[in-house]
Design a protein around this ligand. Structure first.
Ligand code: 3PG
Ligand code: MG
Length: 398
């Protein structure tokens, strides 16, 4: 892969201690991992290194612990999940530095896999403190970062270590960087972006960046209401950030200057209450009742979205078009996702999706496997869409 050192460049690793930064920040309920997607993604790197005889030492954070070690944020119960996915035993060391870490490493044989306790049990991790990085580095000969989803953090285990040890991108990091390059870095045109979700306020930088890079931008979800209201459409009781009317107008001006078409809803599915199965009707977007809430885009809008998908060579998708968690307001998201999946399967479209609810929405539509790439990253995917350099990625560049 151009620009980054990967496992193809790593050379012989037999007998070497390889510190692999992974993302094990997975959803857990009653001590059980409820979605193992992130673990499945890191399996290839771990398996490859283990097979080549490396001592594979996993570094990860879990949650956002505030006051040092606690059972609540321990990675110990999570250690079982990668073991199941890998079909290999994963041992656990109750610290990521110091004696317990060193003892765990000393007991390893070539090919073994060991998980260190939560790096965020030390404040120094998030401060990217050189003395702490030094202590982490003491247990490794080589550093591999396979945690794109944590690469927006300049922490000791995501950034600092790459300065201290020979550093490589793992297979998932590599796949992610490849997909993102195809999505926005160097895409085949036309490029269409779909951005949805509740609020404009969390996506201003993202929208400002996208209008300069894509040929068409579909705006859906609650955030579309802010744009509709800014242009003078009455959105009734819909979620709407009226104070951001100026920002929305500015984004539309910049889009016009850059030659980016903005596609706003032409119709909406409105209801009087936000609950499953609530009575709803589809109305033209200029006919939203004063007591109505727009909870999804209507069929006419879906048609224009799928038309744009047909014209596109590349699609970048972040955020649902409607309140997809609640039926029947999932229809537009499901229809557009299925359409994009079919175009991708037909070899007509490169489709890259990620960030927050997007993976859940595509899973709900049953098409996550049919997209070219679905990122499990949240904040990192958004920062990438904002055009910001990610510290954990920058440091891996040749
Ligand atoms: C995530 O879950 O998005 C990553 O693991 C990063 O976690 P953080 O937002 O707590 O840094
Ligand atoms: Mg996050």
């Amino acid at each position: 892969m151009a620009g980054f050192k990967t496992l193809d460049d790593i050379g012989a690793v037999s007998g070497k201690r390889v510190l692999v930064r992974v993302d094990l920040n997975v959803p857990v309920a009653d001590g059980k991992v409820t979605d193992a997607t992130r673990i499945e993604r890191i399996a290839p790197t771990i398996a490859e290194l283990s097979k080549k005889g490396a001592k594979v030492i996993l570094l990860a954070h879990f949650g956002r612990p505030k006051d040092g070690p606690s059972a609540e944020f321990s990675l110990e119960p999570i250690a079982r999940a990668p073991a199941e996915v890998l079909g290999l035993p994963v041992r656990f060391a109750a610290d990521c530095i110091g004696d317990k870490a060193a003892e765990g490493v000393a007991a390893m044989k070539d090919g073994d896999v060991l998980l260190f306790e939560n790096t965020r049990f030390y404040k120094a991790e998030e401060k990217n403190d050189p003395a702490f990085t030094e202590k982490l580095a003491a247990n490794g000969d080589i550093y591999v970062n396979d945690a794109f989803s944590a690469a927006h953090r300049a922490h000791a285990s995501t950034e600092g270590l790459a300065h201290r040890l020979p550093a490589y991108a793992g297979r998932t990091m590599q796949a992610e960087l490849d997909a993102l390059e195809k999505g926005l870095g160097n895409p085949v045109r036309p490029v269409v972006a779909i951005v949805g979700g509740a609020k404009v306020s969390t996506k201003i930088d993202l929208l400002m960046n996208l209008v300069k890079k894509v040929d068409a931008l579909v705006i859906g979800g609650g955030m579309a209401n802010t744009f509709l209201a800014a242009r003078g459409t009455d959105v009734g009781k819909s979620l709407c950030e009226h104070d951001l009317a100026g920002t929305a107008k500015q984004i539309m001006i910049e889009a016009a200057e850059a030659g980016c078409a903005i596609i706003l809803p032409a119709d909406g599915v409105v209801a009087k209450e936000f609950k499953a199965g609530a009575a709803s009707e589809t109305v033209a977007i200029d006919a939203v009742p004063a007591d109505g809430m727009i909870l999804d885009v209507g069929a006419k809008t879906v048609q224009s979205v799928t038309d744009w998908i047909d014209r596109a060579a590349t699609l970048v998708w972040n955020g649902p078009l409607g309140a997809f968690e609640i039926e029947p307001f999932d229809r537009a998201t499901v229809a557009a996702a299925k359409h994009a999946a079919a175009r991708t399967k037909a070899g007509k479209l490169v489709s890259v999706a990620g960030g927050g609810d997007t993976v859940a929405a595509l899973n709900h539509a049953g098409v996550a496997d049919d997209f070219t790439y679905v990122s499990t990253a949240g904040g990192a995917f958004l920062e990438w869409m904002e055009g910001k350099p990610l510290p954990g990625v920058e440091v891996l560049k040749r």
